[in-house]
Design a protein around this ligand. Structure first.
Ligand code: B12
Ligand code: SF4
Length: 480
């Protein structure tokens, strides 16, 4: 179904922030796109609200969710008066972002700014490969982008280009990368992401299948940075130091989303929401005292949970917890620097079940040290723990730029660095000790043997019926 376009304001726009079109198949591989996650690009929402607070007029065009073609985007842009354009991109989306930028450059003579995970991870390569971006915003984007707009639009004399930390640009044949941008110390000073600038979040977005119970649902981020050191993880934007919103801030955000958009289901997309126990306990108390009556999904690290915290979150409306379990092999977990063991993972699953939570495990096949034995260990682990695991997702290891595994992958195994294959489902990397077929067969065998059991099927069917009802309602809302 072609999604309906939504109108952007006709007034002059200081910056139009675009989430480039990205076909679901490119993100998830063929066959899985229906099950995928479609949530608002919160990075653009954060930039938008920060700039709006600074007095700039901002709009967001989520071309991915609206399924807009390049010509749709260009037609629309031409009908508006826009001073600058900002694009966001992960590695898998960078080619599409560049294509959009090229077409914009053919049409309008305005600065095009690129931010997000990819340019932060691979700045030099990106700007060397593409000529269509004028500026790159490296890392945390709010302050850098504001300073850049102050310079470009308000002709502020406070900063020169080369004095704006976190900026990337070309000067003649030279590529200039200014100094590191310091992280904002207290992220509670930031306004809420501009959820109101996305296409109606009640109609257009739908989180990953089984991550929500009822629509509309909203996704939120309550922290930046992760103290973990997993070798496959891209930490280029927010780094390794954890900064969290306070429990009060998150409570207010949830309340705002409930009151403004009628949201009752929340997807907390933080890498490790439960890392600070006292904040979690405080947040749970606020939810209970405030009688917000919501449901939420959370992701956590298995070595950072205990029975008390899991009971508390269940009481406060959390219904599902997802753990990055990755592998059943002790050696592999060590190799990935997860800081966990199969025993720690099992204990966290058992505790979550004891607290009455639905559990989801993320597993990854094909990491650099994967062997036939480690694959067997993962299969066995999932089999042994099937009673504590309600849902599993098997993804394909993908080396992302600027991660320890990227450098290792270049040296060991087969690695096709083509950016558009960086989607965690394509086979861009094959480790030295196992071949593609073995990995593919194992992924299929694990998934089938896990789900094709009467009890699991019944549970899945019940969850699915609920989701199907919600999906139908949303699509009806889109048509009406
Ligand atoms: C939630 C999430 C998702 C959600 C929503 C994605 C979305 N549309 O925002 C879903 C589940 C859909 C998803 C999908 C994918 N994701 Co994801 N995701 C995340 C996660 C956990 C949080 C993203 C977020 O909202 N962060 C909070 C915001 C505020 O941060 P931000 O987006 O980086 O934005 C800041 C700066 O980057 C900058 N900025 C960003 N954009 C722009 C644009 C402009 C113009 C400017 C000036 C600044 C700017 O300013 C922002 C504020 O400081 C991150 C990890 C993380 N902690 O960030 C991974 C992460 C971004 N995802 C990742 C990946 C790999 C994917 C997928 C490829 C996986 C898959 N196969 O589905 C897809 C790609 C989707 C796409 N469209 O490109 C990787 C990206 C690595 C890389 N180099 O590509 C990350 C970093 C995880 C990781 N550590 O490896 N993801
Ligand atoms: S994978 Fe998760 S826990 Fe590990 S470093 Fe990345 S965000 Fe942190």
């Amino acid at each position: 179904m072609k999604r309906r376009f939504y109108p952007l304001p006709k007034q002059s726009i200081d910056i139009l922030l675009i989430n480039p079109p990205l076909e679901a198949e490119k993100r998830y591989g063929r066959g899985l796109s229906l099950l995928g996650s479609y949530v608002p690009p919160l990075g653009l929402g954060c930039i938008a609200s920060y700039l709006r607070e600074a007095g700039y007029s901002v709009s967001i065009l989520d071309a991915e969710i609206l399924r807009l073609s390049i010509s749709d985007i260009i037609t629309h842009i031409k009908s508006l008066s826009i001073k600058t354009i900002g694009l966001t991109a992960t590695t898998v989306a960078i080619d599409n972002a560049a294509f959009v930028a090229e077409k914009i450059k053919e049409t309008l003579n305005i600065p095009v700014i690129l931010g997000g995970a990819h340019v932060s991870a691979a700045p030099t390569e990106t700007f060397s490969r593409f000529d269509c971006f004028d500026y790159g915003i490296l890392g945390e984007g709010e302050e850098t982008t504001k300073e850049l707009l102050d310079l470009l639009l308000r002709k502020s004399s406070k900063n020169k280009k080369n004095e704006i930390a976190g900026l990337l640009y070309k000067e003649g044949a030279d590529l200039i990368k200014t100094g590191l941008r310091k992280h904002i110390p207290n992220i509670d000073t930031l306004p809420f992401p501009a959820y109101d600038l996305f296409p109606d979040i009640r109609k257009y977005y739908r989180p990953m299948i089984f991550d929500y119970r009822k629509l509309p649902a909203a996704s939120v981020i309550t922290s930046r940075g992760c103290p973990g050191r997993c070798t496959f993880c891209d930490q280029s934007v927010f780094g390794k130091t954890l900064r969290q919103h306070s429990a009060e801030y998150i409570f207010k955000l949830f309340k705002y989303l409930q009151q403004t958009f009628g949201i009752h289901d929340f997807i907390i997309h933080d890498d490790t929401f439960l890392v600070n126990k006292s904040r979690t306990m405080q947040f749970c108390k606020l939810l209970l005292d405030g009688k917000l009556n919501i449901r939420w999904y959370v992701q956590a690290k298995t070595n950072l949970v205990d029975q008390e915290i899991l009971h508390a979150i269940k009481q406060a409306g959390c219904w599902i917890i997802a753990y990055g379990l990755e592998s059943g092999s002790r050696d592999l977990l060590k190799n990935l620097n997860k800081g966990t063991t199969p025993e720690i993972n099992t204990q966290a699953l058992q505790q979550a079940k004891a607290a009455g939570l639905i559990t989801k495990g993320f597993f990854m096949l094909g990491t650099i040290n994967e062997t036939a034995d480690s694959i067997k260990a993962t299969m066995q682990y999932i089999k042994n723990n099937a009673k504590y695991l309600d849902l599993i997702t098997i993804s394909k290891f993908t080396p992302f730029p600027n991660t320890p595994d990227y450098a290792r992958a270049l040296e060991h195994g087969f690695f096709d660095k083509t950016w558009k294959l960086s989607n965690q489902f394509s086979y861009s990397y094959i480790p030295p000790a196992v071949d593609k077929k073995t990995i593919l067969n194992a992924a299929n065998a694990i998934t089938l043997s896990f789900y094709l059991r009467p009890r699991k099927l019944l549970k899945l069917f019940a969850l699915f019926l609920n989701i199907f009802k919600e999906w139908l309602l949303v699509n009806l809302r889109l048509i009406i």
